[in-house]
Design a protein around this ligand. Sequence first.
Ligand code: GDP
Ligand code: MG
Length: 383
Amino acid sequence: MPANLPPEYFKAEERYHQARTLEERILATEELIRVAPKHKGTEKLLKTLKRRLAKLRSELQERRERRVGRGGGPSFAVKKEGAAQVALVGMPNSGKSWLLRKLSSACPEVADYPFTTREPVPGMMQFEDVQVQLVEVPAIVEGSSLGKGLGAQPLSAARNADAIALVIDASAGALQQVQTLVDELGAVGIRLNQRSPKITIQRRPTGGIEIRGVEMVEGGEAEIKRILHDRRVPNAFVVVEEPVTREEIEEVLGESIVYRRAFIVLTKYNLPEATEKLKLLESKFGTLFRIITIEDTGGGLKKSIYENLDLIRVYTKRPDEGPAKRPLVLPKGSTVLQVARAVHRDFEKSFKFARVWGSGRFPGQQVPRTYVLHDKDIVELHA
Ligand SMILES: Nc1nc2c(ncn2[C@@H]2O[C@H](COP(=O)(O)OP(=O)(O)O)[C@@H](O)[C@H]2O)c(=O)[nH]1
Ligand SMILES: [Mg+2]
């Protein structure tokens, strides 16, 4: 029986052959399985693809374990330092190196020819008492995910970061740049400013498949069991908190999709057409991305970047002592309990209450463990 493969299949196949990393090959194979029609004529093909996928996944797993053993990261990823790592991602000549030089002590070459920077270059940005690591990622072009330009390796450097700054050149087609970057990052499984689907799948050694919230799964229990079976997950505890589609379940299982916060930095803002570009960007991408310009006035560019990371600084103190000099840096929305955890694992158990200076209604207010802290709060933990 003929397979009658659709054009998307051949596209995915091309991506598979162009793939340079294991992660990309996994993504492409997942895509092949997704788009291949499911009927008698494709049974064999699907079986081969699934076997290939399983092999690639175990290879990746092995590699990860080896890597953990050596304590290093993937070759193109930069070791994280400071409170957060921000990848500067953009087209050639968009001003990434320029930005890195302006904001940190790093000295990458700034030049008006493309692909000057061929490896990720890190630099530390000091904002008040927080250090944020910036990493200039080699330039992305349309087709990077398929091997054009410097290939997909730069994209994998972006994957590892906590946040992504899309560096957009105001002197060129701004909308096109953003769209290309979003597409290329998307093609290697990096989703920007999207929430991961509200489903957790905890593998376990025995007990079969148990599902909470199965009514919110597209295709119901049979579908989720089929997917888990395909992935060779015989035992798992699944919690679904909102409606999820088949694709989302596959994504969560595949681990090849990552969700990253992202914002736009508009460079070359001193040029006459720049304000016009900013307006354009705001109308098209303003709801998806916060946009800052290199001339940012409200407290400066460093402050804008810090604010886009959605972090808070918390200073712990002991009774009768002053607050710590260096802050704990935590995600916005963190509670007193999370501070206790960050201070010491054991503290969490013995922890009774805290006093807060800063966001409290009055200085030293006693607050419960669920209290949500704000940037620059001082916290005194009582065990
Ligand atoms: N006028 C102006 N030129 C800039 C700005 N940022 C970068 N450039 C110039 O644009 C060119 C490319 O910058 P570079 O940082 O090397 O780009 P990269 O390839 O993204 O690292 C260089 O000639 C820079 O001097 C800016 O904000 N204003
Ligand atoms: Mg550069």
